[in-house]
Design a binder for this molecule. Sequence first.
Ligand code: GUN
Ligand code: ZN
Length: 434
Amino acid sequence: MPSDAKILRGRTLSFLSEPTGPEDTAAYRYLEDGALLVEGGLIRAHGDYAEVAAQAPEAEVVDHRPHLLMAGFIDLHLHFPQVQVVASWGEQLLDWLNTYTFPAEVQFADMTHAERMAGAFYDLLLGHGTTTAVAFCSVHPTSAEAYFAEAERRNMRMIGGKVMMDRNAPDGLRDTAQQGYDQTKALIEHWHGKGRASYAISPRFAITSTPEQLEAAGALVAEHPDAYVQTHLSENRAEIDFTLSLYPEAPDYLGIYERYGLVGDKTLLGHAIHLEPREIELLAATGGKPVFCPTSNLFLGSGLFDDAGLRAKGIANGIATDIGAGTSYSMLQTLNEGYKVLQLQSQKLHPLRAFHWITRGNAEVLGQVDRIGTLEAGTEADIVVMDARATPAMALRCEKATSLSEELFILQMLGDDRAVVETYVAGEPMKPKA
Ligand code: GUN
Ligand code: ZN
């Protein structure tokens, strides 16, 4: 047995498919005295403790009982250069971008600043149990270098890209169509597929890209069909009006991205709130993925994401924090606010489906369920250990909890980084110590 083999013992929960409701026990595997055999960065076995221990009698045992082990959380949309923008008061999207966000992003031209922020960013992700994320960097290649280099140091499976933006942004925060292409190309060549990194071609949104730049982004997509694409779609009414005035020939907002070859099944579309029927049909036909960002949508007053409406069309939605318009790094708090956004539309977010969403569901959106998002043997050992009694209020509420679903709902509504006992990245404990 190689020396790094270890057994993580605790209650284990892994999703096999999306639960259809509280009774759907076939959709997950929950073991009261479970264990994961972890070695070489991978989960080698998931089963009852006695069974796994018999398989690897030499392995060190890390006893996490009575805590709950799940796959590490996946955050499908956030902004690395906005760590100092979170909780900036009072504006809706376009004013918020101009007043707070763009000035903060200008600073990421400076590598020293970008590196310091990258350290803080990954500490926050891991502190909150997030092991994979898809982030926008700033327009500066330095920001993407800092983002990927720090992820590589921590051996995290991360996806991201520098934003392409060549208009409607201040000095120091614009590239050109050619620079956006060249810089993105160089970053793809350096980082895409290196270790655990993947690149996302990232035209910020149609407002900040000229048609020439979207054409260049489309060329990159054609040249790198295995890279992801990320952008923003129909977040806010004023944004949509401004967008359509810039692209008067477009049938609708998504039609702009469609025209430039940017919509496919590796395309992540942040927000996607105010959609036209044609746009929904196009998402269904292309496999484009809307990403629900509840804390952000409430914070900026953007609107209510129609999860059930999109799902009824067979569209697979992701869920994400959208830091820094989002107000928490916690995917648990994201589920909390998501639950409320859906309640306002008489839609339900059952805890089993919620925890599937931030693990296996988001991994499916990425097409990476063979690697991340579950505790199944052969996948990467990105694991979160959770304590539903982490705070006095949670402990008190847990006294009355009698089922797994109830415990999960307490975590979903009351949990945050305090409920994360440990975060494993490729088998190594990586939660920063307070
Ligand atoms: N649309 C374009 N850029 C952004 C951003 O940084 N945050 C949000 N919420 N929406 C955007
Ligand atoms: Zn965003």
